[in-house]
Design a protein around this ligand. Structure first.
Ligand SMILES: [Mn+2]
Length: 160
């Protein structure tokens, strides 16, 4: 079983990221869906595992990719911040883009609201924001992704 930490939208307010690392390590990978505002290098250094980081709409000078496609544990991932796919409106654009890339796990941020959906064989995950949550109750949120040895996906949205 592999455990992945999924976070987003830290916006330069970084302590919650380090707190979550303390709580959740060891993890097999960290996915950050963008809007670091300058902390991506520090986060990569703090991680003791592979990192999958993309830039967000507030990462103006970042050299990170805006999108990542990769394979992990028999699944095809598509990770992007989401603003180019208007994820604040609905998830159809990002879903169809991910499917066209062969992804079955699509991960994004930007809305600062945690989401987890599984529709027609495709997962859509948004960990929410660790720094500026906007959902009801406004607790900083993140997502854990567990992939079993047989490929089974499990997940948990957690709050600080
Ligand atoms: Mn943001």
């Amino acid at each position: 079983m592999h455990k992945y930490l999924v976070v987003s939208d830290t916006h330069g307010r970084d302590q919650n990221f380090y707190d979550v690392l303390d709580i959740e390590e060891p993890v097999d990978g960290i996915i950050h869906c963008g809007d670091f505002e300058g902390s991506e290098g520090k986060f990569a250094l703090a991680a003791n595992c592979p990192v999958y980081f993309v830039s967000g709409n507030n990462d103006f000078f970042s050299s990170l990719n805006r999108e990542l496609d990769f394979e992990l544990d028999g699944h095809t991932f598509f990770v992007t911040h989401g603003h180019h796919f208007l994820v604040s409106m609905d998830l159809e654009n990002i879903r169809s883009e991910g499917i066209s890339r062969g992804a079955d796990i699509i991960i994004f941020g930007h809305t600062h609201r945690p989401t987890a959906k599984f529709v027609d064989g495709v997962y859509l995950f948004n960990p929410g924001s660790l720094s500026y949550p906007r959902q009801e109750g406004r607790r900083p949120s993140y997502l854990l992704l567990f992939i079993q040895d047989d490929g089974t996906v499990e997940y948990e949205i957690k709050f600080l």
